[in-house]
Design a protein around this ligand. Structure first.
Ligand SMILES: [Zn+2]
Length: 258
């Protein structure tokens, strides 16, 4: 957790600043999505609230870092999307290399782009609840606020996917609390950390992102990338290099343990 805490200062600021921009764009998309759904007669809110706890088997409340692929396993985790520009490019690369990943989505992005959420699920990747609005100061807020952010995102993602639930919860910026971990775990969403922060969000250059993965992989198997929140060209290019490199090194791609 030291690395999470240590990384949160800059991360929160960068994400917070970027999210301000993202939110404006999302607002328009959400409105469009809602307008579209009127004709379909969908009543997603009612369906989700009708099954509190339905189908959710409680999981461990500790923050997972390990891979279910064993000692040479690595977990590719992709945060903050889905995004209509970057997510399809990431999905293409994962498919090309036969890699399954974990997508930590915000409720707002999932609600705005349900087609992309369904694409992620159809390709065999796993979903992770990344809160509704990516408030990196969530650990300073009330339990009621945390609950709403986590459970509303769970509902929004599940609706967008067509009923496939997120099976992890990753606090925005790593801002977990004992309460948020317990709540997520009670809903079958294992709290999810990371070991390698590629810092792709800062756009340090493709080479720097790749170098960070190589250097920090001994820290542990769970690697953090982003597919939204700004220009992710460097992330896509880095994945294009990192995925085959990991294979060459003998790593197996897996999911975080639950
Ligand atoms: Zn995030």
């Amino acid at each position: 957790m030291a690395r999470h805490g240590g990384g949160r200062g800059w991360y929160g600021k960068v994400v917070g600043a970027a999210l301000g921009v993202t939110m404006l764009a999302v607002g328009a998309s959400v409105w469009t999505a809602q307008a579209d759904s009127v004709g379909g007669g969908a009543t997603p809110r009612a369906s989700a609230s009708a099954t509190p706890g339905g189908g959710a088997k409680p999981v461990d409340i500790s923050i997972a870092h390990a891979s279910d692929a064993g000692p040479r396993g690595v977990n590719i985790t992709i945060d903050d999307g889905p995004d209509p520009n970057w997510t399809p490019q990431v999905l293409d690369l994962l498919k090309e290399h036969g890699v399954k990943a974990t997508f930590c989505m915000t409720g707002l992005q999932a609600q705005a782009h349900p087609d992309l959420v369904k694409d992620v699920v159809a390709a065999g990747h796993r979903l992770c609840d990344h809160s509704v609005s990516h408030d990196t100061a969530m650990d300073k807020k009330s339990e009621a606020y945390q609950s709403k952010e986590i459970l509303d995102a769970e509902r929004m993602i599940t609706e967008a996917s067509g009923g496939v639930r997120p099976v992890y919860y990753r606090a925005p910026g790593g801002a977990f609390t004992p309460y948020s971990r317990k709540l997520a775990a009670s809903r079958g969403m294992r709290p999810l950390g990371w070991n390698v922060d590629t810092k792709d969000f800062e756009r340090p250059g493709t080479d720097a992102i790749v170098a960070t993965v190589r250097r920090e992989l001994p820290n542990g198997p769970t690697i953090l990338f982003h597919d939204a929140g700004g220009d992710r060209t460097q992330t896509v290019e880095a994945l294009r290099q990192v995925l085959p490199w990991l294979k060459e090194q003998g790593y197996d791609f897996g999911f975080p343990v639950r």
